[in-house]
Design a protein around this ligand. Structure first.
Ligand code: HEC
Length: 181
């Protein structure tokens, strides 16, 4: 009986924290709709670290003859690839759902002389916010395909898709970051 109670308690605690995690997610998921999405902050804090971790796996999957070799990818690396692709899918979804797109948070607005000013990025975003959301939707879908290829341990598909992802980074940057004025 005592054990049973302890188990029930453990289960209840686990459920409670699971429910709390879900609630927190719900708040941030719906919150991002109403609250601004800060593009620069998302790029620096989420997108860039995730893609660096992804490249760390795919760039090291070539043997000495320059051929892809799945034997070079460890279980941890497959898992990392899937997880980081999931991170990119999530941020893609949030960018796609954002009702307000802000170039950067207030404290992150300052740029160096060689960087595109955030006022300019904001103007680019304001000129075609729906185009941005559409690109973010496609980026999220592609990220999910990378995650699926990683889950299936299909190295050729994963590297092809990561290559496509690089093009999607560039396409969006071309239009919304260093657009020709
Ligand atoms: C849907 C649009 C979009 C996609 C997709 C996108 N970015 Fe960005 N990214 C932007 C915009 C807009 C900026 C300019 C604002 C800024 O300076 O951060 C930016 C800026 C950046 C920056 C500069 C951050 C800084 O210090 O100012 C990095 C790094 C970056 N992106 C990496 C990436 C990578 C890598 C990918 C692909 C895996 C990617 N981005 C995909 C829109 C996008």
């Amino acid at each position: 009986m005592r054990n049973f109670n302890l188990l029930t308690l453990a289960a209840a605690t686990a459920l409670a924290s699971f429910a709390a995690a879900c609630a927190a997610q719900e708040v941030s998921a719906s919150g991002t709709q109403a609250e601004p999405l800060f593009v620069r902050d998302a790029m620096q804090e989420e997108v860039n670290p995730a893609i660096v971790a992804i490249w760390d796996v795919t760039n090291n999957a070539y043997n000495d003859d320059g051929e892809l070799d799945a034997a070079l990818v460890s279980a941890d690396q497959w898992e990392s690839l899937a997880r980081q692709a999931g991170v990119l899918a999530a941020i893609g979804d949030r960018m796609a759902a954002a009702s307000q797109l802000r170039a950067a948070s207030e404290g992150n607005w300052t740029t160096g002389g060689y960087e595109v000013p955030m006022d300019q990025v904001q103007a680019n975003l304001d000129a075609d916010p729906q185009g941005y959301r559409d690109m973010a939707t496609s980026f999220a879908a592609l990220s999910r395909n990378v995650a699926a290829a990683a889950a299936a341990r299909d190295l050729q598909a994963a590297t092809d898709l990561v290559g496509q992802m690089d093009s999607e980074c560039s396409a969006c940057h071309q239009q919304y970051w260093y657009a020709e004025q």
